[in-house]
Ligand binder design. Sequence first.
Ligand code: IPE
Ligand code: IPE
Ligand code: MG
Length: 254
Amino acid sequence: MQSDAPRNPPRHVAIVMDGNGRWATARGLPRPAGHQAGVETVRRIVEAAPGLGVETLTLYAFSSDNWRRPTAEVAALMLLLRRFVRAETGRLAEAGARLTMLGRRDRLPGGLAEAIAAAEQATAHGTRLHLRVALDYSARDAILDAARRAAALPALTRDVFARLLSGGDHAAEPAPDVDLLIRTGGEQRLSDFLLWECAYAELLFVPRLWPDFSAADLSDAVAWYAARERRFGGVGAGAPQPAPPPATPVPSAA
Ligand code: IPE
Ligand code: IPE
Ligand code: MG
């Protein structure tokens, strides 16, 4: 298998997929058209990630605060998500990807919750990529929920807490800490995403809007990460840190 993976790839990449609305508005289109275009980006990025050495990819698809959006936009998003999960389940299973969902399931439309449960089951044995989709997700709520469950345990460690945060029980396999967090769309904030898991993540804020984000952009981000010196509170070699990747031309600018 051909691989572009650098020597020191991020094992866990998390992405705040932001900028769909602005992408659509700039084209005189309704905001859901941006979400539709964003779905195509998800396909590209999921396909490209394993070849770059990424083992876990967590995508922020809908925050618990996104319920504040107009009903029509939320409905369009839920429909797109359901279609995406249904359409991609077979392909993900064939590609050896395992899909799991992070976040609250009880407020999702029934059809979407069912599609996700079916996809989780159908892809349960995938080992090439762990694709985690954060839906109706709030990091602060996830921490509260894990804390409540932790209260029943005799002993609590960081590792046990991380397992609870990953959605499993205290004995489940936790997702590793986030190595690289990418936010598209230019905003430099976390918007309640993976607050615990990003404790030492390298943060990359890219101006490109999510529908324009390409596999080459992901590859640039991974190469940028690989050249960084992570110190985890220590001293390190003090080598100069690489500059963020320059924006490559948008491949399909309309
Ligand atoms: C991100 O794009 C997708 C979701 C939050 C679901 P936005 O819809 O936030 O796009 P902008 O930030 O308004 O451009
Ligand atoms: C964060 O984007 C949530 C997702 C990308 C799903 P938002 O567009 O909701 O974040 P804010 O409101 O700009 O902080
Ligand atoms: Mg946004």
